[in-house]
Design a protein around this ligand. Structure first.
Ligand code: ADP
Length: 274
């Protein structure tokens, strides 16, 4: 920023004003740039399956009109592309819904172990296909947090599905629940999803929760990914005043850990009165 002289030619109050303006505008411009990037990325991601669909429709109307075998194959591919578009739109809508309510903290008591077990059951088929054993270990006492059941289910679906998709070569996925204290002494529920797959090298770690960021776009697409899963997890965690921590090294698997304030710790007024 070049300091601007005031009317008398001195770099005085106007310089200060100029600096303040610069500071105020820069975050707004950053948010604006992020929005523009997001719309461009989302459009590109939606255009890819749409282009494939248009191409196959043309072929089916023309050269493949009477080719029954090709028709079946193309219809399967078209179905997969249509599903991909639907998944993308679902994830985009979920993200904007969660962002809209970012300032409202969900307050329903949710016990973590049953939702994790439910997600593991739902993903049993994928685990079997990948030849992966999923283990769950948890303390005896229930871990209850204040939250939104559907959103927390979404968090574990994304983390466990990713461990199965990207960490499959390790043949083992471990989910560990525990309780801990945070730096301010509040009690937290901790859930860690660990896989023993190829892991993620350091330079990618800080960017993994960005929308559409993928270490390998081709692999993500082949796995039916949208690149929005971890962005969703991050936003849900923020809304729940929780945290997501990712630890990984190339060749050493990955651990995704979520920490959520425990329900009892959130209600000191109730405890005081009881
Ligand atoms: P996607 O829809 O591509 O799975 P995510 O936001 O869930 O999107 O994840 C972003 C990227 O992070 C993935 O494309 C993958 O490259 C990487 N990733 C996520 N989980 C793991 C994991 N357990 N092991 C290795 N890489 C992972």
């Amino acid at each position: 920023v070049t300091p601007m002289p005031d009317e008398d030619g001195h770099a005085g109050r106007s310089t200060q004003r100029l600096l303040l303006t610069f500071r105020d505008l820069s975050p707004i411009r950053r948010v604006e740039e992020m929005r523009v990037d997001f719309v461009a990325n989302a459009s590109h991601e939606l255009r890819t399956p749409l282009a494939a669909l248009s191409g196959f429709i043309e072929t089916l109307k023309g050269p493949a009109r009477n080719d029954t075998a090709a028709r079946e194959r193309f219809l399967d591919i078209m179905e997969a592309q249509a599903k991909r578009m639907a998944r993308l739109i679902d994830d985009l809508l979920s993200l904007s819904r969660i962002e809209l309510s970012a300032h409202v903290r969900p307050q329903t008591p949710v016990e973590l172990l049953p939702i994790i077990r439910q997600v593991v059951d739902a993903l049993q088929m994928l685990a079997r296909d990948r030849g992966v054993t999923v283990t769950v270990s948890a303390p005896k006492e229930p871990l209850v947090v204040s939250g939104d059941r559907d959103e927390l289910t979404r968090v574990f679906e994304n983390l466990i599905e990713n461990a199965l998709k990207y960490g499959a070569s390790g043949k083992r996925v471990e989910i560990t629940l525990s309780r801990a204290f945070n730096v301010s002494g509040g009690e937290e529920a901790v859930a860690a999803v660990r896989d023993y797959g190829p892991g993620i090298s350091g330079e990618h770690l800080p960017r993994l929760t960005e929308r559409f960021y993928r270490v390998d776009v081709t692999e993500s697409r082949a796995q039916g990914g949208t690149g929005l899963g971890l962005a969703l997890v991050k936003h849900i965690m923020n809304r729940h005043r929780g945290r997501l921590n990712i630890e990984s090294r190339s060749g050493e698997g990955a651990t995704f850990t979520v920490r959520l304030p425990m329900s009892t710790g959130l209600m000191p007024a109730t405890r005081k009165n009881s």
